[in-house]
Design a binder for this molecule. Sequence first.
Ligand code: SF4
Length: 703
Amino acid sequence: QSLNTPNVTRTTCPYCGVGCGVAANVTAAGAVITGDKFHPANFGRLCSKGAALAETLDHDGRLLYPLANGQRISWDEALDQVAHGFGRVIAEHGPDAVAFYVSGQLLTEDYYVANKLMKGFIGSANIDTNSRLCMSSAVAAHKRAFGADVVPVCYEDIETADLVVITGSNYAWAHPVLYQRLAAAKKARPDMWVVVIDPRRTPTCDIADLHLAIAPGSDAHLFNGLLNFIRREDALDLAYIEAHVEGFAAAFEAARAAGSIPKVAQVCGIPEAEVSEFFRLFARTERTVTIFSQGINQSSSGVDKGNAIINVHLATGRIGRPGMGPFSVTGQPNAMGGREVGGLANQLAAHLDFSDATGIELVARFWNAPRIAKAPGLKAVEMFQAIASGKIKAVWIMGTNPAVSMPDADRVRAALLDCELVVVSDCVRHTDTTACADILLPAGGWGEKDGTVTNSERCISRQRSLLPTAGEARPDWWIITQVAQRMGFAEAFPYTRQAQIFREHARLSGFENRGRRAFDIGALAELDDAQYDALQPVQWPVNAQAPGGTQRLLADGHFYTPSGKARMLAVVPRLPAVAADESFPLVLNTGRSRDQWHTMTRTGKVPRLNTHEAEPYVQIHASDAHIHRLQHGGLARLTSRNGVMLVRVQVSEDQRPGSVFVTMHWNDAYARSARVDALAAPVTDPISGQPESKHTPVRVESY
Ligand code: SF4
């Protein structure tokens, strides 16, 4: 921590995928949190949530000691019960009868140990993460196009681009500090263009030169139309395509069906002039970054939408160079770290998956794991359905609240209540999910945990502890290690400190890699404990070729496919899985609020954050409010085929007619029938398994 003063600890914000650096000064009077001016993600900036971190550090509402069926027990008893419970189910029903459901809130070291235990030693791949709900479609799109899950761009590219296209993201609220950086760059260079593609007008549109309020679900059609336009206008980079891209002929053929500008405008439900302006702007602007997030990913065709976006960058050669590229921004602080260790059920470890027997053998050898899983496990939605059907009989949920955040949340909660063994480790005592637990394990919270996270630009940063752990809480990696040892795997889980785990993770990333896998931090495998503690933010890969890290990827035109070329995909746009009809005539879209985080278990503790939005609301266009006889400020009941929610009515011209919007954070701890994901159907993308959380047909009635 060379840049630390004796009283200041440099750490990272636990909320979103921007991964801002935080400087924490802890005195007897309390903690003072400011932005870390040395951190390359934020250079001192913080948003409202990060700036309020000090107000979340008290022990009010914390889970302070282990509980079994509501009774306090010792750590020894708790760990024995978890190990015995999982061991019994595995002995009686096999390894696929158990599951872990983990979180982008876990640190990389926690994630690594959980993944190793399930896939390497229990012998099942039934470990999935709430990142499945966030960016698994982008992961699959990257792998299809690049042969690896790589984000080629860096934050600086957003500032140096001449055109920034933001699609499927209320960037101003979901990634506020990146939005601040973009807004500052645009102020300094007013000729920079910002285009926002979103069915509703959001605060992000405040800096937009052009807002395309497209019909929900029409994104792939818009980007296919753009690809078709680029080809017809001779705006392709033919030399780049020839040298570095395959699959372009089929991709162009599929895009041809999008038709010309009038047809695109008609399908997307926007004026021809707007489509034309966007297409011409894109065609003529070389330095273009396209930011995409949940509005693209949370779809039953989210992978195809991601590839439709990547296609236009490959066709124009706008990738791997300053100020250009497709940019998937992640929602969670460590969604990227979870991908690196293999925390998704279809991944294995260190960017290896189950499609390659050589990779499975490599990881088995590295871990000395004779029972390694050989096939993908159940993705989040399938996992909770398997719990409901009794196929999975024991589940361990770590640092997440699926009884609120999973689609079809009422059935998820019912499935957990019926499950034979539910273990929850969390720092919060009372959530909708802890209420379903047989055994509760107190985990350390932000400010107590210590390890690493990776943000949306592949930057690995330290999250450092600044406070003693509350009550009997323990780090997640320690809890998992203790259970693994009690299950008979002590030799493979000897960890006594997080630096040991990080070194093993780094060694695995470089193990027999030889440039074949994008994720390689082998150069960090020899850090001693003091060097690990002092680790400065660094972007992977960090290896012999790039010991100081790598700002931008794919610059050399080499991709991780067998041919070394990128793949353009033939994208055939598909409509959302469930259409609005007479019974459910409006389409429900969900998203983030400015001042809340996930299910409000931490930000909900801060009075000043709660003043921004005091209660759940539905945003609806005046014409729909009139049709459905709703008054601004009145109460309404939202009903879908899956559930019911009560909300305040907010009539707004920002909303597209036919669509309504509700924020995703509220839960039953704050208000009755307040979980919006109780309404969402468990419909997923067939490749990524990511749920279609942005498109639920509902009806809205005055309550
Ligand atoms: Fe934290 Fe994200 Fe806000 Fe940065 S932008 S302070 S990482 S919530």
